[in-house]
Ligand binder design. Structure first.
Ligand SMILES: C[S@@+](CC[C@H](N)C(=O)[O-])C[C@H]1O[C@@H](n2cnc3c(N)ncnc32)[C@H](O)[C@@H]1O
Length: 289
């Protein structure tokens, strides 16, 4: 992380719970911590906040309070985001009495947040709960929100999908398909991080930690590659098990994460230490070859 960002953070928040290889994790309340930071410090934020649905890591609030709280932290994230930066926001669903059982939280925040909505990306996964009176849910959404609709980072070539159907298709004698692959589209298929419990007998994902709502690394990896550049700062105000920081480490980006629960900080620290060891080992092997 650039010295100036590190110093700004240290000055504002004190010593992090973890700091190594350009990654800093703070055991803090994101709302309080964000309010202490100066503006324009992050290039990209990726996060999944609590959805106010009674998970073990959240204190449930009346819906209007939750929407106010969400508006507040998103406004703070906007202030901390650099002018050409972005927020990738994964928001779930909530019940709105008399209106809907599973209303996308984004609908309730739509006219209350300052970002420009560039695109909604659908993450589709294969396994999940089976329902009888509605279609079985198999997707989550990510909102790609930017500060400037004309100036934002999009490294398409770094995330092209090499699985093209007709790689040798030609037009006027020239190969039509980009040799790096096709645009991966706005529907992404990646498996969920599974627990390995339950009736299906499926096995736990290798990346699985004890955190109950872990992002798949593959999804975050694509966002980090596409929407930030090496050496930039990626921020996750609700970092949980540390997935955003792990993707940053793997791609030579810096990261700052906030987490309110100490047991999740411990999970994230263990995970990031392992990830740093792997990256270092890979580098050493690379030098030997
Ligand atoms: C949906 S989970 C994020 C999981 C994460 N994306 C991952 O891959 O592990 C939301 C996280 O926000 C944390 N959290 C809840 N309220 C918070 C707050 N006010 N400040 C910081 N973290 C908070 C929870 O403890 C939880 O770990």
């Amino acid at each position: 992380m650039s010295m100036s960002t590190t110093n700004q953070m240290l000055e504002a928040l004190g010593k992090p719970a973890f700091s190594s290889h350009g990654v800093s994790l703070y055991h803090v309340d994101a709302m309080e911590a964000m309010a202490c930071l100066p503006e324009n410090v992050f290039d990209l934020a990726i996060t999944s906040p609590p959805y106010n649905i009674g998970k073990e890591y959240e204190t449930t609030m009346p819906l209007p309070n939750y929407i106010d709280w969400s508006e507040n932290w998103i406004n703070q994230a906007y202030r901390l985001c650099k002018p050409f930066g972005a927020l990738w926001l994964n928001l779930g669903y909530t019940e709105v009495p008399e209106r809907g059982r599973a209303v996308p939280i984004a609908y309730l925040l739509w006219d209350r947040i300052p970002y420009f909505l560039l695109q909604e990306v659908v993450w589709n996964y294969g396994a999940g709960v089976a329902t009888k009176r509605i279609f079985s849910p198999r997707n989550e959404k990510f909102l790609w929100l930017v500060k400037s609709p004309d100036n934002y980072t999009f490294n398409l070539d770094d995330v092209r999908d090499p699985n093209t159907k007709y790689p040798n298709q030609k037009k006027n004698g020239k190969i039509r398909v980009n040799p790096l692959g096709k645009n991966p589209t706005d529907v992404w298929q990646f498996p969920k991080v599974t627990t390995g419990q339950g009736l299906t007998g499926r096995r736990a994902s290798p990346e699985r930690t004890k955190h109950p709502a872990q992002f798949p690394l593959s999804v975050i990896d694509r966002i980090v590659k596409a929407c930030s550049n090496p050496g930039e700062v990626v921020f996750d105000p609700f970092i949980g098990s540390g997935t955003t920081a792990e993707a940053a480490i793997g791609n030579g980006r810096n990261a700052v994460g906030f987490e309110i629960k100490s047991e999740y900080i411990d999970i994230a620290v263990e995970r990031l230490e392992r990830s740093i060891r792997n990256v270092e080992q890979g580098r050493k092997q690379g030098r030997l070859l």
